[in-house]
Write a protein that binds this ligand. Structure first.
Ligand code: HEM
Length: 480
């Protein structure tokens, strides 16, 4: 038997060794078996990097319907008339857990929406909480590190979490929400969503105002206690996927009502607190909720990876009539997300079907890895701008009214505002006895193993919110 005979075209009989051990199914495997090589090579490339935060998620398609006219505030076409509907995709997530994390873990939940409007995509990448832990974007990577794994133990570290929070008192508001009932929703359908940051609206006359977005669940709030959650996780780690996917398959479409809060530019200048500080809410008594419309999720993805894992949400995806505010966290996010997508999904992530706007796309992007759409200006000779070949030019309606900004452009000392306690105090005052008891025991449980000096530092903050807050946690720590 010679090598040349062995390398006979795949499938052809090897004439003179029918009875040898290498014949038929016992014959050798050849490097030329390109089906095998392709399959193995593809398997090696089935994984892409998971999101650096919010890796575990659940999503679905749906639509938004306008029920109330807000054209006095914004010229955004998706809000341009009662009854108007806009398709969208939603992705909910936990923040800290990896791709395989259990769903029913105490954590903030992401609430990311991509509206495929007739003027391009508008993404609202929010959470199920109206505030955030930090207000200085420089602190975001540090904060996330304290939620992820310790470099040596490779375990989550309660010490790191409470060390950071106790040295970062602006986190008190969000920590109180996280440790309350709201920190463990039963399903993504049973929680609210918030844009959290202040955004900017302008209307057809270029009159500007500041806006916050609130999506209120129509399913009601439902939460697990720590004990219920640990039992549930013992039964299934995928409870959110089961609940959301199952509800939509069964035709029980979840709905949310969208409200906005509006603050005029004059009100912002006179506001007692910084209206662009994401650790603070706007009191509803001063800035009442204005109803806008209804969001419904009504279609599951046919392919989770293509439509949910590859969905790329970015606070930089705006449409005319909606823009950014001077919130420094939001400004940093406007850089961070598209950068993350280029790393995680590739240069032309915007061309993937789930990310591609439904409106015509006319951009001067050229070439680059995985450009599968070619020249995106719609005109072959228009590959630079300006040009004489009818290539797209920026249309006047994409012009944003100039934003008046003031103050020194320098590295920011966020410690200039040290009112860490008044808004958490107002929140704590809303909790009834049962909610307070659960808050105290959740905090005590989360502090297990944390060094005393860190616990004491945090207790002093709780005392400053309300002496009943500090003493309640102290009592729970003694019990546990
Ligand atoms: C400076 C502050 C922040 C930075 C630098 C930041 C950065 C990031 C990055 C890099 C991702 C992963 C994106 C991806 O790979 O797809 C992400 C995901 C996410 N972030 Fe942030 N983030 C910040 C603050 C916030 C805040 C304040 C909120 C909510 C109000 C938020 C909500 C989300 C959500 C919901 C996702 C998941 C989106 C999805 O479902 O794909 N982030 N963030």
């Amino acid at each position: 038997m010679t090598w040349s005979r062995l390398t006979t075209t795949a499938g052809a009989p090897v004439a003179d060794n029918q009875n040898s051990l290498s014949a038929g199914p016992r014959g050798p495997l050849l490097l030329q078996d390109w089906r095998l090589l392709e399959k193995l090579a593809h398997q090696n490339r089935e994984r892409i990097p998971e999101r650096v935060v919010h890796a575990k998620g659940w999503g679905a398609h749906g639509q938004f319907t306008v029920t109330h006219d807000i054209s006095a505030y914004t010229c955004a076409s998706l809000f341009s008339g009662v009854g108007k509907t806009t398709p969208l995709i939603a992705r909910f997530s936990t923040v800290a857990g990896e791709l395989g994390a259990a769903d029913a873990e105490r954590d903030v939940r992401g609430f990311a929406l991509k509206f495929y409007t007739d003027e391009g995509n508008w993404d609202l990448v929010g959470n199920n909480t109206p505030v955030f832990f930090v207000r200085d974007p420089l602190k975001f990577p540090d904060f996330i590190r304290t939620q992820k794994r310790h470099p040596r133990t490779n375990l989550r570290s309660a010490t790191a979490m409470w060390d950071f929070w106790s040295l970062t008192p602006e986190s008190l508001h969000q920590v109180t929400i996280l440790m309350s009932d709201r920190g463990l929703p039963q399903t993504p359908m049973h929680m609210n969503g918030y844009g959290s940051h202040t955004y900017r609206f302008w209307n057809a006359a270029d009159e500007c105002s500041w806006v916050k977005f609130h999506f209120k669940t129509r399913q009601g709030h439902k939460h697990f206690t720590n004990e219920e959650a640990s039992y549930i996780v013992g039964q299934s780690r995928e409870t959110y996927q089961e609940a959301l996917f199952g509800a939509i398959e069964a035709g029980a479409f979840p709905r949310w009502t969208l409200f906005i809060q509006i603050m005029s530019e004059a009100q912002a200048r006179a506001c007692a607190f910084n209206p662009f500080d994401v650790t603070k809410v706007w009191p509803h008594a001063d800035f009442p909720l204005i109803e806008v419309g209804e969001m419904e999720l009504n279609r599951n993805a046919d392919n989770y990876f293509a439509e949910i894992e590859q969905a790329a949400f970015s606070p930089s995806n705006f449409v005319p009539g909606i823009g950014a505010s001077p919130d420094k966290m939001l400004q940093a996010r406007i850089f961070s997300y598209a950068d993350a997508h280029r790393y995680r999904l590739g240069t032309h992530y915007e061309s993937l079907p789930v990310n591609r706007p439904r409106s015509p796309v006319r951009v001067y992007h050229k070439d680059g890895a995985m450009n599968f759409v070619g020249q995106q200006t719609g005109v072959v000779d228009a590959y630079y701008e300006p040009n004489s070949f009818g290539g797209p030019a920026e249309s006047p309606e994409f012009r944003e009214p100039p934003m008046p900004i003031e103050g020194d452009a320098a590295h920011w000392d966020q410690r200039g505002d040290d009112d860490y306690y008044s808004q958490p105090r107002a929140l704590f005052a809303l909790f009834d006895e049962g909610e307070r008891a659960r808050l105290f025991s959740n905090i005590a449980a989360a502090m297990a193993g944390v060094p005393t000096e860190i616990v004491e530092r945090q207790l002093a903050h709780f005392d400053s919110v309300d002496p009943a807050y500090g003493s309640g946690v102290r009592a729970a720590l003694k019990r546990d």
